[in-house]
Design a protein around this ligand. Structure first.
Ligand code: 13P
Length: 248
């Protein structure tokens, strides 16, 4: 059986004291032990979160990373810097990075390669915009975004978690229907099968992200090819995030 994963992407939220409070509240929640849980605070809160979550099963992920090992990249963070504070998972290709900070399939290729070489686990995000869905281009867009990964050797997929996040569902309150999520996840698995083989396709964890909340998580997670969620807004409240983890 594939891993079930729920990851909270905090985006640019939570100062030091807010992080401490949220993690304290999260530690008090009873969480389904069969679900792997991650939180992804901002860079400045990573080491704090790692320290506070030591001894718990909750893992800490970063929200981004630079492709270069070091050097003249003002304001950027490298893989070894993340690992130095005990972070071994990174979210790459989030739609906000693509749309607001000009990340492209090409630039992501380098980040993916760096993360893999550094033996980090990565949560690779992708998904179509509203116009692209309206024009019925969503499968083509996702195929092109995934092509970045399809040049990798099969072994690399041990380190990759996929997160399908339709841009029109992020932070909008509008969720893809469970059927829309399932349809896309099944398409993604088929793509993996065509580029590799069916056993890899069956193994890869595919998360859904976009307005997942306690009220809709169960329905979405019950879909056969949906292995969990990447949660934005609802991950900022411990009881909501716990309810989503426990929706499996
Ligand atoms: P929301 O859950 O706030 O829609 O955000 C989803 C997301 O972008 C997670 O990475």
């Amino acid at each position: 059986m594939r891993n079930q994963i729920v990851a909270g992407n905090w985006k640019m939220n939570n100062t030091t004291s807010e992080t401490e409070k949220l993690l304290n509240e999260l530690e008090k929640q009873t969480l389904n032990k069969s679900v792997k849980v991650y939180v992804a605070p901002a860079f400045t809160q990573l080491s704090q979160a790692v320290r506070q979550l030591e001894g718990t099963p909750i893992k800490v992920a970063a929200q981004n990373m630079n492709a270069a090992a070091s050097g003249a990249h003002t304001g950027e963070i490298s893989a070894s810097m993340l690992q130095g504070v005990g972070v071994h998972t990174v979210i790459l290709g989030h739609s906000e990075r693509r749309s607001l900070y000009s990340e492209t399939n090409d630039s992501l290729k380098d980040k993916v390669a760096t993360a893999l070489n550094a033996e980090m686990e990565l949560i690779f995000c992708f998904g179509e915009e509203l116009e692209q869905r309206k024009e019925n281009n969503h499968f083509e867009v996702v195929r092109a975004q995934l092509a970045v990964l399809f040049e990798l050797p099969e072994k690399a997929w041990d380190q990759i978690i996929l997160a399908y996040e339709p841009v029109w569902a992020i932070g909008t309150g509008e969720t893809a229907s469970p059927e829309q999520a399932q349809e896309m996840h099944a398409f993604i698995r088929k793509e993996i099968e065509e580029n590799y083989n069916s056993s890899l396709a069956e193994k890869v964890v595919i998360l859904y992200g976009g307005s997942v909340k306690p009220s809709n998580a169960q329905e979405i997670f019950s879909m056969k090819d949906v292995d969990g969620g990447l949660i934005g807004g609802a991950s900022l409240k411990a009881s909501d995030f716990a309810a989503i983890v426990n929706a499996f």
